[in-house]
Ligand binder design. Structure first.
Ligand SMILES: NC(=O)c1ccc[n+]([C@@H]2O[C@H](COP(=O)([O-])OP(=O)(O)OC[C@H]3O[C@@H](n4cnc5c(N)ncnc54)[C@H](OP(=O)(O)O)[C@@H]3O)[C@@H](O)[C@H]2O)c1
Length: 236
């Protein structure tokens, strides 16, 4: 990291929460935020924290939010968890490879769990705060040219719809807040490791810094939209 970060849109003494902080991007978000002089503290949540938040244990999402409610509001909430592959689960090259158990697991982590994160953590967001959900450009239906990756693509498309829908509702009660769906680009991490191929993958620190700068630039008028790390507005 060679430049300083300052999240000007969040005010002095803002409080941040990173869900999925053990991941490549999640850890990089935390590193940037801990160095921001405006940031009063970074709280982390995941399968290894106390309280624990496991996207495959819905009750843990509600319990974690209840445990953190006393320290609310958070001016920044970043959801950086996600699943592309684990064990026998991996991106399908053909519809012949679609498996019930894999679909359910990927949808649970990428869409159903995050839906409950929206339910339980949006109430902890400050009135001028920003909540960002990490999505993926391969979840864009309009941009799908290569096919494959059924579960991951469809789960991220579902996540995008959940974000858009919640943002419409949020705007009615918290018109100065931002809820965003963000694509980090191809980033060096456990998730991308087997699939990076010839694509130039960026370090997580660089990507997280770019995403935080983007969140800082985006306004409530951009809430509910789907952006790439470089500010490009992506097709649904
Ligand atoms: N890397 C890329 O090129 C890329 C591209 C597009 C989009 N994205 C998106 O960016 C986000 C972060 O990805 P990353 O590259 O940082 O991946 P990563 O290093 O593999 O991190 C994934 C994170 O998700 C968490 N997670 C997985 N299953 C979970 C569960 N059941 N409950 C709670 N947390 C769970 C992991 O926690 P554990 O440590 O407990 O496993 C980890 O913190 C994901 O949403 C991904 O889809 C990444």
């Amino acid at each position: 990291m060679n430049t300083a970060l300052s999240m000007n849109s969040l005010g002095n003494g803002y409080r941040a929460l990173v869900i999925g902080a053990s991941g490549g991007l999640g850890a990089a978000f935390c590193q940037w935020l801990e160095q921001d002089p405006r940031c009063a503290g970074v709280r982390t949540l995941g399968r290894g924290t106390l309280p624990m938040l496991d996207l495959e244990q819905p009750e843990s999402i509600a319990e974690a939010a209840a445990a953190l409610a006393a320290q609310a509001p958070y001016q920044l909430i970043v959801h950086a968890a996600g699943l592309l592959h684990r064990g026998a689960i991996g991106p399908e090259k053909s519809y012949a490879a679609i498996e019930d158990h894999a679909l359910k697991a990927v949808f649970q982590v990428n869409a159903l769990g995050p839906a409950l994160v929206l339910r339980h953590f949006l109430p902890l967001l400050g009135p001028e705060g920003a909540m960002a959900m990490l999505s993926a450009k391969v979840g864009s239906i309009g941009d799908n040219r290569l096919g494959g990756w059924y579960a991951y693509r469809a789960s991220k498309a579902a996540l995008n719809m959940l974000v858009k829908t919640a943002a419409i509702e949020l705007a009615r009660t918290q018109p100065r807040a931002r809820l965003l769906s963000l694509h980090p680009g191809t980033v060096i991490s456990r998730l991308s490791q087997p699939f990076r191929g010839a694509v130039a993958a960026r370090p997580a620190s660089l990507a997280a810094g770019e995403l935080l700068n983007l969140i800082d630039r985006l306004t409530p008028a951009d809430s509910g939209e789907f952006f790439a790390y470089d500010g490009e507005r992506l097709a649904w």
